[in-house]
Each structure stands twice: as C-alpha cells, then as structure tokens.
Design a protein around this ligand. Structure first.
Ligand code: GDP
Length: 295
C-alpha cells in the first residue's frame, strides 16, 4: 500500500531539496505534484483540494521560505497536515461506564464485517474482557454459521437465534443474555447488502435505536477506492456512525480511503484490518500512517 504515492511524493520533495533557497513558485510547483500524487492514490478530490490549500497557506510564508532548510520545513508541514487529515491521534473504542459495552458493526456485504467482529472479540478477550458475539445477519446464507465458526476459533461465545427472527429482537435478547451471563462487551454483526439500500438502513436504524450502541462502527473495504468514501458518507448520513474499521489494507490498495474518510465524515478510523488471519487487526495511528506515506 502507498508505494506509488510514497514514490511520487519523494520525487516531488527531492526536487525541492535540491534547490536550497526556495521561492513561492518552487513550493507551488511541488504542491502541484503532491496534489496529483494524492489524486492518483484515490484520495477524494475535495479532500485533496482542502488539504493542498491548508499546506500552501502554511508553506509559502516568509518564515518558512527564509529558514535555513525550507524544503525540510515544507515536508514537515505536509507531514503534520497528513496527521491532522487522518484525525490527529488514535481513537480507541468507546467503553460503557457500566458494562456491557455495545458495539454495532455495519457495512456492505464482503467488506469484512463478520471477520472483524471476530477480530475485535479476540482483541478484547486478550485485554481481559468477556465479549459476546451476536449473529444479527439473518439474510446472507451461512453468515450465522460463519460467525459461529469464527467465534469458536477465537474462543468467544456467539449468541444466535437462527434466521427466522427479526434482527432487532435478536439484538435485544442478546443484550439480556449478556447481562445474565456477565459478558461485558457485546459485538453485533449486522446484515450487509451488495449496495446501499433503504430497507437495510431502516433495519440498522431500528437496531441502533433499540440497542443504543456505545460504538457504531462502519466496516469498509479499502480496496474499493473512492467508493469507500461514498459508502462512509452514506452510512454516516443515514445511520450516524462513530468510527470506521478500514479493512484489507494488506491488499493492493492505493490507500486513498485511509486519507479521506475522516475528513469526509468527521469520524475517525479506529482500526485497520491487515489480513485474513484473526489477529490481523491494528489500531489506526495517523502519525505512523503519515510517516509511512512520506517514507
Ligand atoms: P462481510 O460480508 O462484511 O461479513 O465480510 P466477511 O467478513 O465475510 O469478509 C469477506 C472476505 O474478506 C473474507 O474472505 C475475509 O477473509 C476477507 N477479509 C476480511 N478482512 C480482511 C483483511 O483485512 N484483509 C484481507 N486480505 N482479507 C480480509
């Protein structure tokens, strides 16, 4: 991921570094390259526009151009603005003051919801919590079975009632069950569709209304590029999300979604999925990601 973005940025900065003293037009020229590199990496165009404007505003002033090493300053500004663009600091899960904490996962089919429900459960279990997985995807054939298999692999119980019951009722009873069994985190795997559809949104809204999750997390596939941002915008508008899990960052993605989601939705990427294995889940750190991008 980010290889070609990294290469192009390094190229742009190399030219700046070679110059010693910089003029405003040198900076403008370099930022034009940065802009193209970001667009090519599938960063949302509105995000690119405002990002470049922010960097430019800080980078062309006399105090930057007249420093001893202006190129280094410009790169530093790009780095800082990248960190800010991705949300500044890592944002963890919102935990309930009084357990159980309720986490609701939503997203399009194939994004990695079920896998990430299990990954989160494993992570929480390792932190000493007692999670409960809830199978509320009653539409996709085998979704319940898939969650049960994954639950077994990570050693976390799965609450299921089959596929003939309304997901809202399942979610409600899972909550009662969790209280009774003293499980302290409930992770609800909801249904997805291939595309965004009003009926699904209505169902998710009802589950959300009933459960009042502490964290409603949207699972999105980084491989779908610009569509990841559209999906995020849509789910946030219709349902209201608290954060994002960006999956498949281990794949051949140009990485644009990682840079766009926060700015477009105002919601942080909390975790990234970096593989099919159940421990392939990492907290998202904007500063580390920015360092990686700048190489
Ligand atoms: P759901 O329909 O949203 O529940 O998606 P699934 O959890 O069934 O995942 C769809 C496919 O993506 C499965 O084959 C997963 O193994 C795969 N997958 C999920 N997360 C990742 C990830 O972070 N990296 C990779 N490479 N594959 C993933």
């Amino acid at each position: 991921m980010f290889e070609s973005l990294q290469e192009r940025l390094q190229e742009a900065f190399k030219r700046l570094r070679g110059k010693g003293k910089l003029t405003e037009s040198d900076v403008t020229e370099a930022l034009r390259e940065v802009r193209l590199a970001l667009l090519e990496a599938d960063v949302n165009f509105k995000v690119v526009k405002s990002f470049i404007a922010r960097v430019k505003e800080r980078a062309v002033g006399q105090e930057v151009l007249e420093t001893l090493n202006p190129a280094q300053m410009v790169i530093k500004i790009v780095y800082e603005e990248l960190v800010t663009l991705m949300g500044g600091a890592n944002v963890g899960l919102t935990m309930a003051d009084r357990p159980p904490t309720i986490i609701m996962l939503c997203g399009l089919q194939g994004a990695g919801k079920t896998t990430h429900a299990a990954k989160l459960a494993l992570r929480l279990k390792k932190e000493g919590k007692k999670p409960l997985l809830v199978a509320a995807d009653v539409y996709r054939p085998a979704a319940i079975k898939q969650l049960q298999v994954l639950g077994e692999q990570v050693g976390v119980p799965v609450y299921a009632e089959g596929d003939q019951v309304s997901p809202v009722d399942i979610a409600q009873r899972a909550f009662d069950y969790a209280a009774q069994e003293r499980r302290d985190v409930i992770i609800v795997d909801t249904a997805g569709r291939l595309t965004i559809d009003e009926e699904l949104m209505e169902e998710l809204r009802q589950i959300k209304e009933r459960l009042k999750p502490h964290d409603t997390l949207l699972v999105i596939d980084a491989m779908i590029g610009q569509d990841a941002v559209t999906t995020a915008e849509h789910f946030h508008g219709k349902l209201g999300i608290d954060g994002v899990i960006l999956t498949k960052l281990d794949g051949d993605t140009r990485g644009g979604a990682a840079l766009s989601v926060r700015e477009v939705t105002g919601r942080p990427i909390k975790f990234v999925g970096v593989g099919e294995k159940l421990d392939a889940l990492e907290p998202f750190h904007p500063d580390r990601m920015a360092s990686r991008i700048l190489g």
